[in-house]
Design a protein around this ligand. Structure first.
Ligand code: CDP
Ligand code: CDP
Length: 195
């Protein structure tokens, strides 16, 4: 059975960076599940049909990282049929040996409630906005408003809302460098593997 690492958290908390680093260190596969929602939203038209017909080319679009694509993703992500259409892809991906790291919003709560390792990565609103603003070359105040709007929508939706799984280890990266955050995540993986 592949070893599953579930990493959830709000926007720009650093979960993708940690997920990529863990996968590289452990030789695991990595899936950024946010990309599935971003690609679905970016296709336009009927979001349920878009999710069902998602292709590799849709996932390779170079406009998926924008704030607008994030907002579109968050709107279609509240539709139960959209989420259902993306479950099989995530399960197939994660079935690869020796293991997989998936990052998103509902990996530890819905997609893999039995994941061996569950991390909930977070950081203060101001730190997250500053990080994302630096990445996109955007205004931090505008970014703060955008992230808050998206986090609120993601936390308040009925289906698979953003929240830590009861058994998730919470990792606040507000004052951590990337190296420190990755080291803590890796320590948790090693603790579980040793046990
Ligand atoms: O995947 P998620 O949206 O949660 O965040 P990310 O794309 O991994 O990280 C957002 C930005 O914060 C990236 O530019 C990272 O380099 C930076 N960052 C970080 O991830 N962790 C830190 N401890 C410090 C900065
Ligand atoms: O990198 P960042 O955290 O800003 O966003 P993302 O992980 O690419 O996710 C974009 C949007 O997709 C989120 O705001 C959620 O609405 C949605 N999403 C979700 O509902 N479930 C997931 N497992 C991943 C993303």
């Amino acid at each position: 059975m592949p070893f599953i690492i579930a990493i959830d958290g709000p926007a720009a908390s650093g979960k993708g960076t940690i997920a990529r680093a863990l996968a590289a260190e452990l030789g695991f596969h990595h899936l950024d599940t946010g990309l599935l929602y971003r690609a679905t939203g970016a296709k336009g038209g009927d979001p349920v049909a878009a999710a069902r017909g998602l292709t590799a080319a849709d996932l390779a679009r170079d406009d998926l990282r924008s704030a607008a694509a994030g907002q579109a993703a968050s709107r279609i992500a509240a539709i139960p049929e959209v989420r259902a259409a993306l479950v099989a892809f995530q399960h197939c991906f994660a079935a690869q040996d020796p293991g997989a790291v998936l990052d998103g919003r509902d990996i530890g709560t819905v997609i893999y409630p039995g994941a061996e390792v569950k991390l909930y990565v977070t950081a203060s609103d101001a730190v997250r906005a500053a990080r994302r603003a630096a990445e996109l070359g955007a205004d931090p105040d505008q970014m703060l408003a955008e992230l808050r709007e998206r986090d609120l929508r993601d936390s308040q939706r009925d289906v698979a809302p953003l929240r830590p799984a009861e058994d998730a280890v919470v990792l606040d990266t507000s004052t951590l460098s990337i190296e420190e955050a990755v080291a803590r995540a890796l320590a948790e993986v090693r603790r579980v593997r040793a046990g």
